[in-house]
Design a binder for this molecule. Structure first.
Ligand SMILES: Nc1ncnc2c1ncn2[C@@H]1O[C@H](COP(=O)(O)OP(=O)(O)OP(=O)(O)O)[C@@H](O)[C@H]1O
Length: 699
């Protein structure tokens, strides 16, 4: 019986086909297993450079390109294209085996030969791009003779960029890494670990290579899995994990462990698989807690877990809860309710305290609230003596003993006021929940998994530490400090959570394209980013496997013109067959996001605010950049990236008030923009009106 694999690169393109063609592809290939070779009408391709290429009828107009095995029964669906293009595509391409990884790779042989023929006969004076790398090193990294010969002639990055269209992808990535200054060892470390030793790789045996290429080919076990792969091409994570992801998700750790990595590297995916793994090993209900600070995430995580776990008993062992919701429930015991103050009431209480105590105006309400959160609560300070001695990292304005005494008096008045009025803030609820857990004997969870860990504050971590039984596999953290949009710098070790020797960094972005990634990384600026463990975080080796268009960057004279252009951009995406629900629009403020919804709707485009969107709703999703966290779309427009809006003045502490807080606020805003831009899978459009934001790399 024939078996079927689907080339992963095609899965991304599958969503771009029109719905009736998609349906027909599914129809044809769901019968594949049971059909005979002849019954499938696989046609040979005339003048093919690779005689294993076949095509198969999808409709009168569309054909699938299939790699047929020389021996064995494993066929690979490589692409689906209009009739003539399918034959042309198939005739030019050759499947080979990578010498370093043993995986299959696809090249446009005709284009390589054409480029090789077009080379000038005499060498040029310009320095070759890869002059600093020896042939031996290139071969060790899997560059074959044909690619090597052509790559040696390149003198500009532009030539190398163009070669992306015809070189095998893995080899092209290696060359780009070397050309960008990575060392041979660094590039080597980024290659997927070969399933066999390089000396055992038989480069003629394509059939064996297909079997050991899970990163290139999704092997489907039957029609149901095929349907799922096509129905949810973005949900491949369910069935396939990169070996590094798998090791972390299904590994055993002697204590707290951590997974880090840039946007789209699959940290949430790993967290979900880890929850499944730990729940399967457990026998108690609600013994695994999956938590986060991002409000929208628990609902999405629940939906994803339901896709991953069929067994209701296993599902019942996992509790998914927002961290503040967890604290609330621990304090109320699930009964009664607490009066939680909205942020504006918290601010007016600080103002009132200032007035009552006659504090100098330089201690304004923001300063006091930040001092309380970032110094007093963060360090768990409970007395003036402790506060007098406390270091104040991240706080720029020095304070003498008298000033500290004044502030302490204000903090005491504020917290006593809350108590007297029986009202709470989320911080005080969290402190109370931690106190209850520390006082009690029972820890409610065996395992706690935290997603978007970078956004939690020290009081959250104390709660988490107190909620889990210390021991093997107790805590598992997934996060990326480059995407910190709420929390502050902290050291987990100082909070009793030590992940030394149990931290893994993921490097492949499965979400976005190399072009979007390269541009977005520049948004982060030059400043060092901490790693939550007292060190500096890095994104070295972070890369995307797929390529696409460069981000579109456009400025307009005023906001109406920018919104008009947004409509045109969204229309173009829709005209290209992108479903409305696969388009996201992000703005820094709620006001601009609301205006975008109104504008899109007034032009007949279905659009909805992210705050109101129901799962599965097919409308363009519009929201603030903060709301974009944890989401992804095929196409994303980030609007209002103007200098007067990004960063918003109100979000930045004045430099003369506190230079350290000023820098931190700017960095956080850069991260906010970075998060919004890295939600795009295929296309990113960034726009502004008036002057562009100083964060934008426009060169
Ligand atoms: N092994 C994999 N194979 C295919 N797709 C994957 C794999 N791992 C993750 N993905 C996909 O990549 C996308 C990003 O995954 P995920 O949201 O887990 O990344 P993340 O690191 O948490 O991102 P962010 O930090 O930006 O929130 C998702 O669409 C997910 O399905």
């Amino acid at each position: 019986m024939a078996r079927l694999g689907v080339y992963r690169e095609f899965l991304r393109d599958f969503v771009k086909l029109e719905k009736p063609v998609q349906d027909q592809v599914i129809e044809v290939f769901s019968k594949f297993e049971h059909a005979t070779y002849a019954g499938l009408h696989l046609e040979a391709v005339k003048n093919a450079r690779d005689d294993r290429m076949r095509t198969i009828r999808i409709t009168d107009f569309w054909r699938g390109v299939v790699l047929a095995p020389e021996r064995g029964d494993l066929y690979v669906l490589l692409n689906v294209l209009p009739h003539d293009k399918a034959y042309e595509w198939a005739s030019r391409r050759v499947v080979t085996v990578n010498a370093a990884t043993g995986a299959i790779e696809l090249r446009d042989l005709v284009a390589i030969e054409e480029h090789s023929r077009a080379l000038p006969s005499a060498p040029t004076a310009a320095r070759p791009l890869l002059a600093h790398v020896s042939d031996a090193d290139l071969r060790r990294l899997g560059i074959d003779e044909q690619v090597l010969a052509l790559a040696r002639t390149f003198t500009t990055e532009e030539q190398l960029d163009k070669a992306q269209a015809f070189f095998p992808k893995q080899q092209h990535d290696v060359l780009v890494g070397l050309a960008s200054g990575m060392t041979v060892d660094e590039v080597w470390a980024c290659l997927p670990a070969p399933a066999v030793q390089p000396e055992q790789i038989d480069r003629e045996d394509v059939a064996a290579a297909v079997e050991r290429s899970p990163e290139q080919v999704l092997l489907v076990s039957g029609p149901e899995e095929l349907m799922h792969a096509f129905a949810k091409p973005f949900a491949l994570w369910r069935v396939y994990l990169h070996p590094v992801q798998r090791d972390v998700a299904y590994g055993s750790f002697s204590g707290p462990a951590q997974v880090t990595g840039g946007p789209g590297t699959g940290k949430t995916v790993v967290a979900l698989h880890r929850a499944k793994h730990l729940a399967e090993r457990s026998d108690e209900e609600r013994s695994v807690l999956l938590t986060t600070y991002i409000r929208t995430l628990p609902a999405t995580m629940e939906e994803s877990l339901r896709q991953l776990i069929d067994d209701e008993a296993v599902l019942r062992r996992i509790e998914i809860r927002h961290i503040d919701g967890l604290a609330y429930r621990l304090v109320t015991g699930g009964k009664g309710s607490l009066a939680v103050l909205p942020e504006e009431d918290v601010t007016s209480r600080w103002k009132r305290v200032m007035r009552q105590l006659g504090l100098p105006s330089r201690f304004n309400e923001t300063f006091l609230a930040n001092e309380w959160r970032q110094v007093i609560l963060s360090q768990g300070i409970t007395s003036l003596e402790e506060y007098q001695r406390a270091p104040r990292p991240g706080r720029g304005r020095p304070l003498g003993a008298l000033q500290r005494a004044q502030i302490w008096e204000a903090v005491t008045a504020f917290t006593e006021g809350l108590r007297a009025d029986n009202v709470w803030t989320y911080e005080t609820i969290c402190l109370e929940a931690t106190r209850l857990l520390q006082a009690g004997e029972r820890k409610p969870y065996r395992h706690v998994i935290v997603d978007e860990a970078q956004d939690l504050s020290p009081w959250h971590w104390r709660l988490i530490r107190a909620a889990a039984i210390p021991g093997p596999d107790d805590l598992f953290l997934a996060g990326d400090t480059h995407q910190r949009i709420y929390g502050h710098r902290l050291s987990l070790r100082q909070l009793g959570i030590d992940v030394t020797g149990r931290s893994t960094r993921l490097k492949i972005s499965y979400r976005t394209t190399a072009e979007i990634l390269r541009w977005s990384l520049k948004l982060l600026g030059e400043g060092p980013i901490d790693d939550m463990n007292g060190g500096v975080e890095t994104l070295a080796g972070y890369r995307a496997e797929v390529h696409g268009e460069e981000p579109m960057l456009n400025g307009y004279p005023n906001q109406p013109a920018e919104l008009e252009a947004l409509v045109a951009t969204v229309r173009r995406w829709l005209d290209h067959g992108v479903m409305p629900g696969h388009i996201g629009v992000a703005a820094r403020s709620n006001i601009l996001a609301d205006q975008a919804v109104t504008k899109l709707k007034s032009c007949g485009i279905p659009a909805i605010s992210l705050a109101k969107r129901q799962p599965g709703e097919d409308a363009v999703s519009v929201g603030t950049m903060h709301r974009m966290k944890g989401m992804e779309f095929r196409c994303v427009a980030v609007i209002g990236v103007s200098d007067h809006l990004m960063p918003p003045q109100s979000a930045i502490t004045a430099e003369d008030e506190d230079p350290v807080a000023h820098q931190q606020d700017l960095q956080r805003e850069r991260c906010v923009l970075f998060v919004a831009c890295t939600r795009a899978r295929e296309e990113l459009a960034v726009s502004w009106h008036g002057s562009p934001s100083r964060f934008l790399p426009l060169d």
